[in-house]
Write a protein that binds this ligand. Structure first.
Ligand code: CA
Length: 685
C-alpha cells in the first residue's frame, strides 16, 4: 500500500486526538481539475456527491474561466453497520486530512486492457468516531481517491481501545442517481436455484436502457458492474474492487423510488445457507505506521463518470487502487486454447477427441488445450497423464477443469473434492505441475459470501505455489484480481458462449450482447466468454444444432473486443478445412494480451468500434448489432503508430455473407469508410 501509506499514517495519527468538527463540505478535484467529489458532514452523518466540471474559456484575457458543475451522483449516504456500533449516524468527525500533492500509481498489468499504467489521484481522508460507550474505542476512517473521470472510496476500521476485531453487518454506502437516468444492469439471482442449485453465478439477463427505478425480477438487486446513462450529461459506471478473503463481495439493491441504490451484502441462502452474510475483519493499528498493515479495510467502491463513453471503456480504476497480494512464482503468459466441450459437449471428454483438439491447437500454433469437466470419469488419471505427455510432444500446454465443490451445491461433474480445501488442493496442484499443466478452470462456486471469497483466494494462492493459472466459471465477478493475484487469469460471470449451444434465442441476441460487454462486464474485469464460433451450426454433426446469426468477421472481431489473457476459443477441427484461409490465419496470430485499449465509437448493445494494441500492432474491431446497416466514418489516426495505408481489412462483403480480406483504403480526408450489415463486423490490423 505504498502510495496510500502517507495518507494512512496521517489518518492513524489524527485518530489519536483532535477537536470535533460540526459541519463541513470538502471538495476534492481530480488532477486534471475536471472530476469533482464533494464530501459532506452534517448532523452526525456523512454523505457525498460527484460529477464533472465543464470549463468555458475566459471571455477576456486574464479573466477567470467559467466553470459549471455537472452532477452525476447526487447526495448519497456513507457509513457502515457493525456489531459494535452503527457507523452511519451520530458520528463525530475528528479530522479531515487532505493529501498534499497527487498520489501516483505506476504499475505493469500483465493481463488487462493496458500493460503500463500511470494514473494519478488526489486523496482525502476522514476520521470518525461514534458516541457509544460500548463500541470498544473503534475508529472509522474513510479514504477517498479522485482520479480523472474516476472516484474510489473505502472504509478502514482502527483499534482505539480493547476491541480488536469486529463484524460488518451491512453498509449504508449508496449511489443516488437522478430518476430520469437509465440503466444497463444485470439482476442478482436468488440463491440455490438454477442448474444443480449453482446460482448465483452472474449469468442473468440485463435490462437495457430502462429507468433506474425499475425493480429486479428476483427482488435481489443488481450485480456489478452497473452502467447508467444520464442523457446529455453522460455516463456512469459503478463497481467494486479489492475484494479478497478479507470481505464479502457485494452488489446493489434495487433503487428506491427517488433513485438511491445501496450496497447489498450476499443473501442468506448462498453457500447452501452456510456462513455469514457479513464480513469479519481485524482492526488496523492506529499507533503504528500503517505501511504493511493490511487489516481493517473494506473493499473500494468505484465510480467512473464523464460526458462520453470513452472513460467508461478505458477505465483502469479497479486496478489502480489495489496491490499485488503475492509475487508470481513463475513468468505467467497469456494463452489461446482449443476447447472441445463448447461445440462437441460432454461426449467429447474422452481420450480420442482430446487428441483431436490437442492436434488442433498445434495446427493453429496456439498455446493450450482445455480439457473440460468429466475427465476424471471418462479419461481417468492415467489417461490424463498420457494426454499431458502428448501435449508436451506437440508443444501445447494442457488446462484442466475442476468442480470447486465440496459441499455447496449439487453439480455432479468430476473431478470433485479436489479444490475445496488446501490439503487436497496442494496434492492436486503437484500432480498438475508434474504433468506440465498451465492452468485450471474451476467451476460452480457458491456465491459472494466471505466464506466463498476465502475459497477463491485459497485456490489462487495454492495454484501460484505450483506455477498454475486460474480461470473461474459459474462464479462471481473478479474485483481487481488481475493485479491482486498474479496467476489469476479470467472469469466467466456472464451469460457466455455455452448459451449459444443451449438456446437459439441466445443466438438471436449474440450480437447485441457482444456490443454491450466492452462497456459493462468486460471493462472492469477479464471475461472468459469462450467465443469465436466459426461453424454456422452449433453442433459436432454438420446440419445440426442452433444457427449462428452473426457473420464470420463478427466472430473474429470478438477475439479483439472480448478481453481475457486466456481465451478458450470455440474453433473446431472442421474449421481448418471449411473456413477461408485468411480467417484461420487471423486466429493464428490474434493475441490475448494487450498493451493499450482505445474506445473509438459506439453505444452499448448497438455497435462498438474498439482498438487494442499488442506491441506495435493495432487491432481494431468494428461491430454492428443494430437491425439496419451501419455507416461508419472512422478517424483511426488517433491510434499512435497505426499505419492505415498498409493495414489489413477483414469485412463480410457488401451483402454481409462474403467474408473477404483486403487492404484498408482511407479516403482523401484520411478517414476509413465502412458499411456494416446487421450482425456483421470489420477488423483492421
Ligand atoms: Ca456457466
Amino acid at each position: 500500500m505504498k502510495h496510500h501509506s502517507l495518507l494512512l499514517a496521517a489518518l492513524a495519527l489524527a485518530a489519536a486526538a483532535s477537536l470535533p468538527v460540526m459541519a463541513q463540505t470538502t471538495r476534492v478535484l481530480s488532477p486534471d481539475g475536471l472530476t469533482y467529489l464533494d464530501v459532506k458532514f452534517a448532523d452526525g452523518q456523512l454523505s457525498y456527491s460527484a460529477g464533472y466540471r465543464t470549463i468555458a474559456k475566459a471571455k477576456k484575457k486574464g479573466a477567470k474561466a467559467d466553470t459549471l458543475d455537472v452532477p452525476m451522483v447526487l447526495d448519497s449516504p456513507l457509513g457502515v453497520y457493525t456489531n459494535v456500533a452503527d457507523f452511519s449516524k451520530d458520528l463525530t468527525l475528528k479530522e479531515t486530512i487532505r493529501h498534499e500533492g497527487t498520489i501516483k500509481h505506476s504499475y505493469h498489468l500483465r493481463q488487462g486492457k493496458q500493460s503500463e499504467i500511470n494514473s494519478e489521484e488526489n486523496g482525502l481522508g476522514l476520521v470518525l468516531t461514534t458516541p457509544q460507550r460500548r463500541n470498544g474505542g473503534v475508529i472509522m476512517t474513510v479514504q477517498f481517491a479522485v482520479f480523472n473521470n474516476n472516484i474510489a472510496y473505502r472504509y478502514r476500521f482502527l483499534q482505539g481501545g480493547e476491541t480488536g476485531a469486529i463484524v460488518i453487518t451491512g453498509e449504508a454506502s449508496g449511489f443516488r442517481l437522478p430518476t430520469d437516468a437509465t440503466a444497463f444492469i444485470c439482476q442478482q439471482s436468488d440463491p440455490m436455484v438454477g442448474w444443480k442449485r449453482t446460482k448465483p453465478s452472474y449469468e442473468e439477463g440485463y435490462i437495457w436502457d430502462e429507468p433506474v427505478t425499475k425493480r429486479s425480477q428476483s427482488g435481489q438487486g443488481w450485480t456489478f458492474p452497473c452502467l447508467f446513462h444520464e442523457g446529455d450529461k453522460g455516463w456512469l459506471l459503478i463497481s467494486e474492487t479489492g475484494v479478497s478473503s478479507n470481505y464479502c463481495a457485494s452488489h446493489l439493491s434495487d433503487a428506491t423510488p427517488d433513485g438511491l441504490f445501496t450496497i447489498a451484502f450476499p443473501m442468506e441462502g448462498e453457500n447452501n445457507g452456510f456462513g455469514s452474510t457479513g464480513a469479519q475483519i481485524g482492526l488496523g493499528n492506529s499507533n503504528t505506521n500503517a505501511n504493511d498493515d493490511m487489516t481493517g479495510y473494506t473493499p473500494w467502491r468505484t465510480i467512473t463518470l464523464g460526458p462520453t463513453l470513452k472513460p467508461i471503456v478505458e477505465t483502469t480504476i479497479v486496478w489502480d487502487v489495489v496491490e499485488p497480494l503475492y509475487e508470481p512464482s513463475i513468468d505467467y503468459q497469456g494463452s489461446r486454447n482449443t476447447w472441445s466441450w463448447i461445440l462437441w459437449q460432454d461426449p467429447s471428454i474422452n481420450y480420442e477427441d482430446q487428441i483431436k483438439y490437442i492436434d488442433l491447437a498445434a495446427a493453429l500454433g496456439w498455446e493450450g488445450c482445455l480439457i473440460d469437466g468429466g475427465w476424471y470419469e471418462h479419461i481417468g488419471r492415467e489417461g490424463m497423464e498420457k494426454l499431458f505427455a502428448y501435449c508436451k510432444q506437440k508443444g501445447v500446454r494442457p488446462w484442466v477443469w475442476y468442480n470447486s465443490n465440496g459441499a455447496w451445491n449439487d453439480a455432479p461433474q468430476c473431478a470433485r473434492q479436489a479444490m475445496h480445501n488446501s490439503i487436497v488442493r496442494k496434492k492436486e496442484m503437484k500432480w498438475l505441475r508434474d504433468g506440465g499443466v498451465a492452468g485450471i478452470k474451476v467451476d460452480f462456486f457458491a456465491g459472494d459470501k466471505q466464506e466463498t471469497m476465502r475459497v477463491y483466494e485459497g485456490i489462487l494462492s495454492d495454484a501460484n505455489d505450483y506455477g498454475i493459472q486460474c480461470i473461474f466459471h459459474g462464479c462471481t465477478l473478479p474485483r481487481g484480481w488481475e493485479r491482486m493475484y498474479p496467476n489469476y487469469c479470467s472469469s466467466e460471470a456472464v451469460l457466455a458462449s455455452e448459451n449459444l449451444y443451449f438456446s437459439q434465442g441466445f443466438c438471436e441476441q449474440e450480437a447485441r450482447h457482444a456490443c454491450l460487454h466492452p462497456f459493462v462486464r468486460n471493462t472492469v474485469a477479464s471475461m472468459e466468454y469462450g467465443g469465436t464460433v466459426l461453424q454456422k451450426r452449433l453442433h459436432k454433426e454438420p446440419g445440426k444444432g442452433n444457427t449462428r446469426r452473426t457473420s464470420d468477421v463478427f466472430e473474429l472481431a470478438t477475439a479483439i473486443a472480448f478481453q481475457s489473457s486466456g481465451q478458450n476459443f470455440a474453433l473446431t477441427p472442421r474449421n481448418l478445412t471449411e473456413q477461408p484461409q485468411f480467417e484461420i490465419d487471423f486466429m493464428k496470430q490474434v493475441p490475448t494480451t494487450w498493451d493499450e485499449t482505445r474506445f473509438i465509437d459506439g453505444y452499448p448493445g448497438k455497435y462498438i468500434v474498439l482498438a487494442r494494441r499488442h506491441g506495435t500492432r493495432w487491432y481494431v474491431a468494428a461491430m454492428n448489432a443494430e437491425p439496419a446497416a451501419k455507416q461508419l466514418s472512422l478517424d483511426l489516426r488517433v491510434l499512435d503508430g497505426f499505419h492505415i495505408e498498409s493495414a489489413t481489412l477483414l469485412t463480410d462483403g457488401p451483402d454481409g455473407q462474403t467474408p473477404q480480406q483486403t487492404t484498408a483504403k482511407p479516403d482523401k480526408k484520411g478517414l476509413i469508410q465502412l458499411t456494416l450489415q446487421p450482425q456483421c463486423a470489420a477488423v483492421l490490423f
